[in-house]
Unconditional design. Structure first.
Length: 264
């Protein structure tokens, strides 16, 4: 995730802490790396056998691995070494030889301008203090005619629900900056001079007990996190379809894959 060449900020420290601790369990999460969700992202990019693909803030490498089966070369970059270690394990397990891993800064991608045919970023924009700056780097390293793909969950258009959702997420994961609304994510593309992106939607299911088990909340306050999610059921106050079901609380992160062609 994001890094800096200067002394790390409080946010960068939080990102490094969260993603180092989460690396192994995040890599093993079938929900976050479901084949259907990966297929949706890859198909959105229209991969071709001769393409070179980059996944920025690649985490444990599942997007890179999915592209590697469809393109000439797939590379991943992340700021967290623990995530890259998981990515290398995945590539080894799957026998992938057309992949490469880089530790680096999403705000200063260490690649030449126009080096890739596909540049993607999944589940990272809500961790970024400067998402437009990151998107600008993604656009820079993508060739004209190449595809820019951003995937993330998004917040409700209802300001109160968005605020409640983001308060819960920042408590659950202190490295979270903000889940933006869909309109804000679209605006990021417009700021880069990109055409209106194509959109494909899906939901990431979540369940209270599993979420608590995987979380490293502020001050280890799982009781507070539980209370936030249980309170969200009455009136769906976070806009994520929170409901009581089978003795627990279930909800979904609404997610979108946004794809635009550079220079279109």
């Amino acid at each position: 995730m994001p890094a800096s060449h200067n002394a790390p900020s409080a946010h960068e420290t939080a990102v490094a802490d969260q993603f180092t601790r989460q690396a192994a369990q995040f890599a093993a999460s079938h929900v976050h790396h479901s084949q259907a969700a990966l297929d949706l992202l890859v198909e959105s990019a229209g991969p071709r056998p001769e393409d070179r693909a980059l996944d920025a803030a690649c985490g444990p490498g599942s997007v890179v691995a999915a592209f590697a089966r469809r393109v000439r070369c797939a590379q991943g970059l992340d700021a967290t070494e623990a995530m890259l270690q998981e990515a290398r394990k995945l590539a080894a397990r799957e026998g992938l030889r057309n992949v490469a891993w880089h530790r680096g800064d999403i705000y200063a991608l260490p690649f030449p301008t126009g080096d890739f045919d596909i540049v993607s970023c999944r589940y990272a924009f809500h961790h970024l203090l400067q998402p437009v700056r990151a998107l600008a780097e993604m656009v820079r390293v993508c060739r004209n005619g190449g595809r820019i793909v951003v995937c993330d969950a998004f917040a409700s258009d209802d300001p109160a629900k968005a605020a409640a959702f983001n308060a819960m997420e920042r408590h659950r994961d202190p490295s979270t900056v903000e889940f933006r609304t869909l309109s804000v994510l679209r605006d990021f593309f417009a700021e880069m001079g990109l055409a209106k992106p194509a959109e494909r939607f899906y939901g990431v299911p979540a369940e209270l007990e599993r979420l608590l088990a995987m979380a490293y909340p502020v001050n280890d306050d799982r009781a507070g996190l539980r209370a936030m999610l249980e309170a969200a059921v009455d009136g769906d106050t976070m806009g994520v379809g929170a409901r009581r079901e089978d003795g627990t609380v279930r909800f979904e992160y609404p997610a979108v894959v946004l794809t635009a062609i550079k220079g279109a």
